[in-house]
Write a protein that binds this ligand. Structure first.
Ligand code: ZN
Length: 653
């Protein structure tokens, strides 16, 4: 019985949302609602899973996988809202919520992945006759089966126990590696007064060569200083654990284990792929060194540098900028007036309308998580059917994390009653009113992810939209960037405040500048990807010396002495502390796919080829993860992906 009227308020996560388009009732949600809703959500999903496993009938897709896909509605609602606003409108109260929420959610998801009864039902269906299932159902089934298998649930008890120990030990050590990198990066900032993210910029503008040398040394030895933040032993420990885990799972090395469910599938494919790019990139980088040396020789003649000075790694950014000014002469202060944020947004919408028949209509008065800062649109197709809801949140604020990203507040699916549920997608950025070239690309990039999320026509949420492998997902965002500087589109959106369209002369400079310094950029990125693979293809680390190993790997890949990998081992956060182990190649892999797919448009003689756009939409954008990426790719291109267009696009061929 309620004692006081004020406590009778219902937790909005536990009610049905009768808002327009089922948008979360952001205004009604209070910070105290999350944890009770998560607890209720966990109980709800546990009950739903218990009902599946208690079923005495033989397991089928319909009595096991379908209800499992449908389960956890409350948790999905909470996660959609909470994960979004902790990144955009972080507060101390939300931090405390997350501190409680993460262990609750982790424990719950562990309970599911180690639910033997559920696993056995999934395994029975997977190993049985699948011919009565749709292709999408087969993919959903495979995804769940593999996720169970890869947690080790099918292994003998003692192996499972060891895996749990490994996971715990690994979590603590990778956390420590990340913290050490942070401490060493802070030390760098204290010493030079610049943050590590400003390093390239500082290396470009610092004239004092000795200071550049010092910054380079400090930057590239982070985690390698023999102090309390040294990562060398920790990395060897983590690698030993990863190797042991892979071998318990039946693979010879971590890369083989990690890559199996990915588009690239195996280490050999990734190695061959990276090797091909590295050769072309280094060749170009050597030409760039030659150009820079000529500028340096002028400085020697002018008496600024001693005779015989050669380009060193700490000279690269600085002299590259001088070459850029000489060769490309792009002044972004001149281009910015043509790239007002709202005009660029017009540009992404116009391109999507032209290519895919997508209509955007601004919605007023609908619930929003930060009303004054975000804009919400209703998205429909060319027949007026609802595709989804799209919110933009481009402007910076203190409470927002850095960078730009796309987020799903609600996944697309067909629910148990057969209702089509359309997605709610957000694009977030930290942009000013007028954009530079890079930021224009960012807006197109994130909208590419948004289109992948909005146009999806799947049945099951675990494969809909952007639920695809990491080495495939960036293809869609990068693909959309290809339209940013097409003259027909620029004519419609790139206008200054007087309404004048950007002059062709500036457009030419932009397009030329996109190829600038790509020998270096590709080499350092590819070198880091190869280093990542080399670490994760190890089958043991006993007696291994990190420095000698890294030297050997760099020598074998043909790296030139003027360039170091974008990340060296002891501060390679992506692979030792985030989820990118044996995955850093994904950036280049996705770019090869996107450039190759775009080259098919170009080869048709018209980048606005609507038949191809329709094919791209129907083959890729609508199908999410409901088919193997390589099969989709071959369906679209009629062949396997080829890196030629990528190399040409980066000016490497
Ligand atoms: Zn992206």
């Amino acid at each position: 019985m309620t004692l006081c009227a004020c406590t009778s308020r219902e937790n909005p996560f536990l009610t049905e949302w009768n808002t327009p388009y089922g948008i979360p009732p952001f205004d009604e949600i209070q910070v105290d609602d999350y944890i009770p809703a998560i607890k209720e959500g966990i109980a709800q999903q546990q009950k739903e899973i218990d009902a599946i496993t208690a079923n005495t009938e033989a397991p089928t897709f319909d009595n096991t996988i379908a209800p499992y896909e449908e389960s956890g509605e409350i948790l999905s609602k909470v996660a959609g809202v909470l994960y979004n606003i902790t990144e955009t409108d972080r507060t101390a109260e939300l931090d405390s919520v997350m501190e409680l929420a993460i262990p609750l959610m982790t424990e719950h998801s562990d309970n599911i992945s180690f639910n033997k009864a559920l696993y056995e039902r999934v395994a029975t269906i997977y190993k049985g006759d699948q011919s009565n299932l749709t292709r999408e159902q087969q993919m959903v089934l495979k995804k769940h089966f593999e996720s169970f298998e890869r947690s080790g649930i099918g292994l003998p008890e003692e192996d499972q126990a060891r895996l749990r120990e490994i996971n715990t030990e690994m979590a603590a050590k990778t956390q420590k590696i990340g913290n050490n990198i942070l401490s060493e990066s802070n030390a760098f900032k204290e010493k030079f007064g610049i943050s590590v993210s400003d390093y390239p910029n500082a290396m470009t503008t610092t004239e004092d060569r000795e200071l550049r040398h010092q910054m380079f040394d400090a930057y590239t030895t982070r985690g390698h200083n023999g102090n309390e933040f040294d990562n060398r032993q920790l990395i060897l420990d983590v690698m030993a654990l990863r190797i042991e885990k892979a071998q318990i799972m039946g693979y010879s090395n971590p890369a083989a284990f990690i890559l199996e469910p990915k588009m690239a599938h195996d280490p050999e494919t990734v190695d061959t792929f990276l090797d091909g790019i590295m050769k072309a990139a280094v060749k170009k980088a050597k030409e760039e060194v030659y150009d820079m040396q000529k500028v340096m020789d002028e400085d020697i003649k002018a008496g600024k540098l001693p005779t015989g000075s050669k380009i060193e790694p700490w000279d690269w950014w600085y002299y590259a900028e001088k070459v850029r000014k000489l060769k490309y002469d792009l002044d972004e202060e001149l281009t910015k007036p043509y790239f007002k944020l709202e005009n660029v947004v017009n540009g992404i919408f116009t391109a999507a309308k032209t290519l895919y028949g997508v209509n955007m209509e601004k919605l007023e008065g609908v619930p929003a998580y930060n009303k004054d800062k975000v804009t919400t649109y209703k998205v429909t197709d060319d027949k007026g059917e609802l595709l989804g809801i799209f919110t933009t949140d481009y402007l910076p604020r203190e409470s927002k994390r850095g960078g730009a990203w796309m987020n799903n507040i609600r996944d697309q699916k067909v629910d148990a009653q057969g209702n089509m549920i359309r997605p709610i997608i957000v694009n977030v950025g930290n942009l000013e009113e007028y954009l530079n070239v890079d930021e224009v690309q960012t807006v197109f990039h994130e909208f590419g992810h948004a289109l992948h999320g909005l146009l999806t026509q799947c049945h099951y949420p675990s494969v809909s939209g952007t639920s695809v492998t990491r080495d495939f997902v960036e293809m869609f965002s990068q693909f959309n960037e290809n339209w940013a500087f097409q003259p027909e589109l620029l004519a419609q959106y790139a206008k200054n405040d007087k309404g004048e369209v950007i002059p062709q002369e500036l457009v030419d400079k932009i397009i030329n500048s996109l190829k600038f310094n790509q020998g270096f950029m590709t080499t350092e990125l590819c070198a880091a990807s190869i280093l990542d693979m080399a670490w994760h293809e190890l089958e043991g680390v006993e007696g291994l010396d990190i420095d000698a190993f890294e030297r050997k790997v760099c020598e074998d890949m043909g790296l030139i002495p003027e360039i170091v990998p974008r990340y060296r081992t002891t501060y390679f956060n992506h692979i030792f502390s985030s989820g990118y182990s044996a995955g850093y190649y994904g950036y280049l892999w996705s770019e090869v796919l996107d450039k190759d797919a775009f080259s098919i448009f170009e080869a048709s003689g018209n980048v606005w080829n609507l038949d191809l756009a329709k094919k791209f939409k129907e083959t890729f954008l609508e199908r999410g993860g409901s088919e193997e990426p390589m099969i989709l790719y071959k369906e679209f291109a009629g062949r396997e992906p080829d890196n030629h267009a990528f190399l040409v696009g980066r000016g490497l061929e």
